[in-house]
Each structure stands twice: as structure tokens, then as C-alpha cells.
Design a protein around this ligand. Structure first.
Ligand code: ZN
Length: 183
């Protein structure tokens, strides 16, 4: 397991639909480990395999202190409710735009051992699951903005300080300073 460079907006791998996982093997477990560790290092709420340059249908999530992963996900909205809220992407660092998502979803799939998994999520978890599943279809959240907001966002991205770079290696935040009380 290791922290792995994250591909940036503009990399074709982010626009390529990922293939279903067939082998639930050590390589898959290594991928889930890399995704989890890199997501933590980058301080993200989710990370999908294409963001590490791997074209497989796998993502990890970390919401409200809970960490998980899903292989070959199938996401279904629950009810009609949607919510517009700020969203960001580790492949588009430094930017956040409001994006409309289903408020409640159910996601089914498998864990890295091949056991069936079902996640019911609302709000942030639902948003993360929808965002990461989009990655597996080559869709980025800027695509979900309305035309005017998307045009403005793309103009801002052209001027991003990382524009033209292929990837970046997240550097974990330093451990919090532990204060020892004097005695
Ligand atoms: Zn993303």
C-alpha cells in the first residue's frame, strides 16, 4: 500500500470508462489499499481507481469518520429529492462548485473479498457515492454543472496553477502537535 500520484483534470484516463473487476485477488486488495491511503493523504471524501490511472470499477470513500470501498458499484437514487451543495474533486484540486445530486441513494456492489455490499447513503455519503461512480464512467463533476456555471468553471481551470501537469503526489498533513501539560 502506498500513497500514489493523483491524475489531474485533462488526463485522458479520467475520461475513459473503467472496466468491471473480474478477479478479486491480491492486486485488487492492493488497489483498495492504495486508494484508501492516497485518499487519506489528500484529505478527500472519496477516490476512484481511474484517478490513480487504473481503469477498474473501484472507489473508496471517507465520510463522517467512516471509511469504505465498493467494487463494481450499481447506484440507484431513492426518492426524487435532490440537493445542491459544494463539491470538489482530488483531480481538480483547489476548486469547489455547487453541484446538484440526489439526496438519498442505495449503492450495491462487492468488497475486495468478493462479498456483496450494500450502502444506503444520504447527503455527503450520497454525494460521494454519486461523484465516485461518475468517475468510473469517465464523468467529472464539472460536467454536471449547468451550462453557464460549467463554462465559467472551465475558464477558471485553464488558469489553474496545475494546468498542464499530469499528476501530483499528495503530502499528508503533519501529525497534530500534541501539547504536554507542564508539571
Ligand atoms: Zn473526483
Amino acid at each position: 500500500m502506498s500513497v500514489t500520484p493523483i491524475r489531474l483534470f485533462g488526463d485522458p484516463v479520467l475520461r475513459t470508462p473503467a472496466a468491471p473487476v473480474v478477479d478479486f485477488d491480491a492486486e485488487l486488495r492492493g488497489l483498495v489499499g492504495d486508494l484508501t491511503e492516497t485518499m487519506f493523504a489528500a484529505g478527500g471524501a472519496g477516490l476512484a481507481a481511474p484517478q490513480l490511472g487504473v481503469g477498474l470499477r473501484v472507489f473508496t470513500w471517507f465520510v463522517d469518520g467512516e471509511v469504505g470501498h465498493l467494487v463494481n458499484p450499481d447506484v440507484t437514487p431513492v426518492g426524487e429529492e435532490t440537493e445542491e451543495g459544494p463539491e470538489g474533486c482530488l483531480s481538480i484540486p483547489g476548486f469547489r462548485w455547487d453541484c446538484r445530486r440526489h439526496l438519498h441513494v442505495v449503492a450495491t456492489g462487492w468488497n475486495m473479498h468478493g462479498d456483496p455490499v450494500r450502502i444506503e447513503g444520504s447527503e455527503l455519503l450520497a454525494r460521494a457515492v454519486q461523484h465516485e461512480t461518475d468517475h468510473l464512467d469517465g464523468v467529472l463533476f464539472v460536467d454536471r454543472l449547468d451550462a453557464e456555471a460549467r463554462a465559467a468553471a472551465l475558464a477558471e481551470l485553464e488558469a489553474a496553477e496545475w494546468a498542464g501537469m499530469a499528476a501530483y503526489l499528495p503530502t499528508p498533513a503533519p501529525d497534530p502537535v500534541v501539547k504536554v501539560s507542564p508539571h
